[in-house]
Design a protein around this ligand. Structure first.
Ligand code: SF4
Length: 383
């Protein structure tokens, strides 16, 4: 690791409006000087979001099926078709989950699942149409690029045709999952799902049909600094082309119960995560929001990155099955997220999937000087 290089000229250049090169990005990721990188990222965050607001969303993950036709060695969630513990959620189950989300003030759902070998475009259209008819104002943020690619393989339609039809059926936006590391040197070793080029092509089509999406990164799956830099560059290049990404969300591989986790000897530390998030903020000058992943990193680190460039705390996660299957068991409700945001010196604000502010009376009531509750939360936080 290159600990001696003086990184200040790079940070100064970026802070005076210069665009970071890939070589500079690699130098920052190889540096141990996370304090200076963090200060610069915090400054960029402050300039982009000068009001001091940090947002969060109330939504829910619904995994409509765990049946998956491909193998990702980092995944503890999938089940091969025909195995006894497979499931496909019924409409009634999905309705109940959405009703619970709405009762908590939720604005949408993040719905994704395994790559089911029998589900063509009609299955997804029917699902979206039914949900959109029943919940017309509820935002359906669904189906990451590997699922769209799977529909392409089953139905023989282009990405654009698929996304045009899904949009007409009620699709609101796309989650950026399945990105992991956007470099085939890494992807080919750990997964048989869509390639880097296919993931990017799906996102290009998403943005072309007028939908927005997020972009993600899961690092620590055998990738090096070179791969991480390539990932950031590919996301930044596509954003230059389309402008369709709302946010970037990096997190680290969760290893429990995974085949890869049993093999891998080194995993990213808290410092690696802080640095990755801060460098993302500095490198991705064309992406508005950087999201904390408290779910995978824990509440403490998830809060700390609000001073390393993140301006969003993500979801309260009423339900999550994918990373929790791989060992991430962190939990928070709205009150807790608001508390964490306020105690980091920011103003908490609920948002929707497109980062528009949502104002519910109940949110701010949660901040009213309920000191007993805050004490209770402080204790929970200190445990
Ligand atoms: S990560 Fe997604 S595509 Fe890969 S095995 Fe798990 S469910 Fe299937």
């Amino acid at each position: 690791m290159n600990t001696n290089t003086d990184i200040q000229p790079i940070l100064d250049r970026v802070l005076s409006g210069g665009r970071m090169t890939v070589e500079e990005c690699a130098t920052l990721l190889e540096s141990n000087d996370i304090a200076r990188i963090g200060v610069a990222a915090d400054e960029v965050r402050r300039r982009k979001h000068p009001s001091g607001v940090v947002t969060y969303i109330i939504d829910r993950n619904i995994n409509y099926t765990n049946v998956c036709n491909v193998v990702c060695t980092f995944c503890a969630f999938y089940r091969r078709p025909g195995k006894p513990d497979t499931y496909v959620r019924t409409l009634e189950e999905i309705y109940r989950k959405i009703d619970e989300t709405i009762a908590l003030g939720g604005t949408g759902v993040l719905m994704q699942g395994g790559l089911h070998p029998d589900f063509g475009i009609e299955w997804y259209e029917d699902l979206l149409r039914t949900l959109h008819a029943k919940y017309p104002d509820f935002q359906l943020h669904c189906f990451s690029p590997p699922e769209i690619h799977n529909i392409h393989l089953i139905s023989g339609l282009s990405y654009e045709e698929i996304l045009t039809r899904l949009k007409a059926a009620g699709l609101y936006s796309l989650p950026g999952g399945g990105g992991e590391i956007l470099d085939d040197e890494v992807r080919r070793r750990v997964s048989t799902k869509c390639t880097t080029g296919e993931w990017l092509d799906v996102m290009r089509a998403v943005h072309k049909v007028g939908l927005r999406s997020t972009a993600t990164m899961m690092f620590g799956i055998g990738d090096t600094v070179v791969h991480r830099v390539r990932h950031l560059q590919r996301v930044r290049d596509l954003q230059d082309e389309t402008g369709g990404f709302t946010a970037f969300i990096p997190w680290t591989f969760q290893r429990e119960n995974t085949a890869l986790g049993r093999r891998i000897t080194e995993e990213p530390t808290g410092v690696d995560y802080l640095k990755m998030l801060a460098v993302s903020r500095l490198f991705l000058d064309n992406i508005e929001h950087i999201q904390s992943s408290w779910l995978t990193q824990g509440l403490r680190l998830g809060q700390a990155v609000l001073r390393f460039g993140a301006d969003d705390m993500g979801s309260i996660m009423i339900e999550e099955n994918v990373v929790s299957a791989a060992g991430a068991h962190n939990e928070a409700d709205e009150k807790m997220l608001r508390y964490l945001i306020r105690s980091a010196g920011f103003t908490p604000q609920q948002r929707d999937i497109l980062y528009r502010h949502v104002n519910r009376e109940e949110s701010s009531k949660q901040d009213a000087s309920d000191s007993a509750k805050l004490r209770e939360l402080s204790v929970a936080f200190a445990d």
